[in-house]
Design a protein around this ligand. Structure first.
Ligand code: HEM
Length: 155
């Protein structure tokens, strides 16, 4: 495999990302630590916005940048949320469990790429949400690849 496909293509494109995040936000709505942050209900609009974000991050089309306000919009949504360490850990745990529930490809390479971004992104969200935080105002949507473990190519 000269050039592996993007993580986005590998896991099944926006349909798979959307299926995964639907399972995730269904679990968030049932979760004692996280549901209150979303007013108990995660709207279709929110789910679609986050699906566009993750799709762009994982190598899909730049729809979040073009149609959802890009990085500044995402960052502004986390300002002042004051996300606790416990809430962050629960968020990451539900993302991992939802990947199983949504039947995403379960090869270690794809799952570690997803969870590496989840770990990184949630830690940034905690920092940006802290009282008095002044995150950078402009930045591109990050792009996330396979890291140290791309799909194995024996040739
Ligand atoms: C990988 C980490 C994360 C990503 C990629 C992410 C992504 C996003 C995006 C793209 C939005 C804006 C959606 C839109 O355009 O409408 C958003 C909003 C939000 N996020 Fe995150 N987020 C992350 C971590 C977290 C964490 C750890 C929490 C809380 C525990 C959180 C809570 C929220 C809330 C409450 C909103 C606002 C919902 C509203 O519109 O009322 N996020 N997130």
């Amino acid at each position: 495999m000269a050039q592996p496909p993007s993580v986005y293509e590998w896991i099944g494109g926006s349909a798979a990302v959307g299926r995964w995040l639907d399972c995730f936000y269904d679990a968030v709505e049932r979760d004692d630590l996280l549901a209150p942050m979303f007013g108990g209900k995660v709207t279709r609009e929110h789910r679609d916005g986050v699906t566009a974000w993750w799709s762009e991050v994982l190598g899909g089309p730049a729809t979040y940048t073009a149609e959802h306000g890009g990085y500044p919009h995402m960052m502004s949504k986390h300002l002042g949320l004051n996300i606790s360490a416990g809430q962050r850990l629960r968020f990451v745990t539900l993302l991992s469990q939802a990947a199983d529930a949504a039947d995403l490809p379960n090869d270690p390479e794809a799952r570690s790429a997803l969870m590496a971004y989840a770990e990184w992104g949630t830690r940034i969200a905690v920092e940006n949400s802290a009282p008095g935080a002044t995150p950078v105002a402009e930045a591109p949507v990050p792009r996330w690849g396979w890291g140290e473990a791309p799909p194995y190519d024996p040739s």
